[in-house]
Design a protein around this ligand. Structure first.
Ligand code: SAM
Length: 277
């Protein structure tokens, strides 16, 4: 499976260097949504190089970053260590490994499971019911997106980028990687059917990319076998520059969407529990 994903080699460097991390307001919102404390353990599924894992680690007792790509995990581990994180465990695995991780940690052991920009690789209908018993009451699942892909934004430069990339890759790039309304609705329904109370929260911010960051962002999204060889990368950047509007900076408006599925204690369960005493 890892072979098909392509988050390997140089792509990992581009990912770590040029992908947006999450603003502090997103971490604050996740901590508040599930009342996370220093007693909690959090699993970050599809952790990449630790964009959510590392900042969350500072707020809880322990985090487990899970990802099928060894190169992503290696970078996540070293980047977290550089930031003084000593409470993160890194596990090679996928959403299909959560039952085994649950068996290790125990029922009700987790304060939260976060999935940052990765659910489109997974099977939410099977994953969410598996997560429910692993979470403590008041904890939950956060499905987080970090804006839309660079080539699908409502700006002239983004439309030009899409046209040029589609010609270069000979491929339609309409797929929004789970950020589109239909996918979000599907995720929300899957959470609800699995027993979670779902609400949505947003954090908005502006960013301003130069050409280096734009090209780096594109490289971070390519499977490693589609990355231009190193000696052809300056030419790639030059051709892209000519395809874009004549600007030095490319402005982005980013809307982080958090689907927050909370495991609430329902009244009926509480009453049943009382009757049993
Ligand atoms: C776009 S990156 C997101 C990284 C990070 N969470 C973020 O928010 O930027 C998607 C990650 O999901 C991982 N992934 C792909 N399929 C997965 C699966 N079935 N289970 C868990 N992680 C998966 C990939 O290896 C990759 O590191």
């Amino acid at each position: 499976m890892a072979q098909e994903l392509g988050f390997r080699g140089d792509v990992v460097d581009y990912y770590h260097r040029y992908r947006r991390g999450y603003p502090a307001a997103v971490i604050d919102a996740l901590v508040a949504a599930f009342a996370l404390t220093r007693d909690d353990t959090v699993v970050d599924l599809g952790c990449g190089t630790g964009q959510l894992t590392t900042p969350i680690a500072h707020r809880v007792r322990a985090v487990v970053g899970v990802d099928p790509e060894p190169d992503m995990l290696t970078r996540a581990r070293s980047a977290a260590a550089e930031r003084g994180v000593g409470n993160a465990t890194w596990m090679i695995g996928t959403d299909a490994d959560l039952p085994a991780l649950g068996a290790l940690l125990g029922m009700g052991a987790l304060g939260a499971v976060t999935v940052g920009q990765a659910l489109h690789w997974m099977r939410p209908d099977e994953l969410f019911p598996t997560l429910f018993p692993l979470l403590r009451t008041g904890g939950g699942v956060a499905v987080v997106t970090n804006g839309t892909p660079l080539w699908l934004q409502d700006t002239d430069w983004s439309r030009a980028l899409r046209r040029w990339l589609e010609a270069w890759l000979d491929k339609d790039l309409g797929y929004a990687c789970g950020t589109d309304a239909d996918s979000q609705l599907r995720y929300r329904e899957a959470l609800t059917v699995s027993g979670f109370d779902v609400r949505e929260q947003h954090v908005e911010y502006a960013a301003d990319l130069d050409l280096e960051h734009l090209v780096g962002g594109v490289y971070s999204a390519l499977p490693v076998d589609r990355l231009p060889p190193p000696d052809q990368r300056p030419r790639f950047a030059e051709q892209l520059r000519h395809a874009l509007p004549p600007e030095d900076r490319f402005a982005e408006h980013i809307r982080v969407t958090m689907l927050l599925g909370t495991k609430v204690q329902h009244q009926a369960t509480e009453l049943t529990g009382l009757r049993g005493k």
